[in-house]
Design a protein. Structure first.
Length: 156
């Protein structure tokens, strides 16, 4: 399954590329601040442009590898584990005529013929979940930037 979309930061909340990258770095190091249900993250290996992580969802764990090009893009790679399909998520920082945003590209091994519990195609359900998670990521990056600018108002 492939899903790709682009979101832009609101003009009334202008962020620069450094603030956006700081937020994405937080996503690497502290994903539990972004992902509902994620209870912890262990960094198992660290290199100059990658980390290997173990993510904890209660008693369920899985590992991923995050690779990056500083200030440009992140790539999350999840190998198939425990009967779950693997996949990748790439987040690219984009600048279109001075508007900064993020391009999200998902590629998974999910069979698009599968049905979700509510009977609709699982791919439809998953793309809606991805879109909601990505909007949440954008909002969290804005909140983190706001907190860095105004530490006394830190509710982030």
């Amino acid at each position: 399954m492939h899903f790709e979309h682009r979101l832009f930061f609101a003009p009334e909340e202008p962020l620069d590329a450094v603030e956006i990258w700081q937020g994405l770095t937080t996503l690497i190091e502290h994903p539990q601040e972004f992902v509902l249900g994620l209870s912890g993250c262990d960094i198992l290996e660290r290199g100059p442009s990658h980390v290997l992580r173990r993510l904890h969802f209660g008693h369920d764990n899985y590992c991923d590898r995050v690779e990056w090009e500083e200030g440009k893009r992140l790539r999350f790679v999840v190998e198939p584990q425990g009967g779950r399909p693997g996949g990748t998520l790439e987040i690219l920082l984009v600048d279109e005529e001075g508007r900064l945003g993020l391009n999200f590209r998902y590629d998974t091994a999910l069979d698009e013929a599968l049905l979700a519990p509510d009977g609709r195609p699982a791919a439809d359900w998953l793309t809606q979940a991805y879109a909601a998670a990505d909007a949440n990521t954008m909002a969290r990056i804005v909140a983190l930037a706001r907190a860095r600018r105004n530490p006394s108002e830190s509710g982030a």
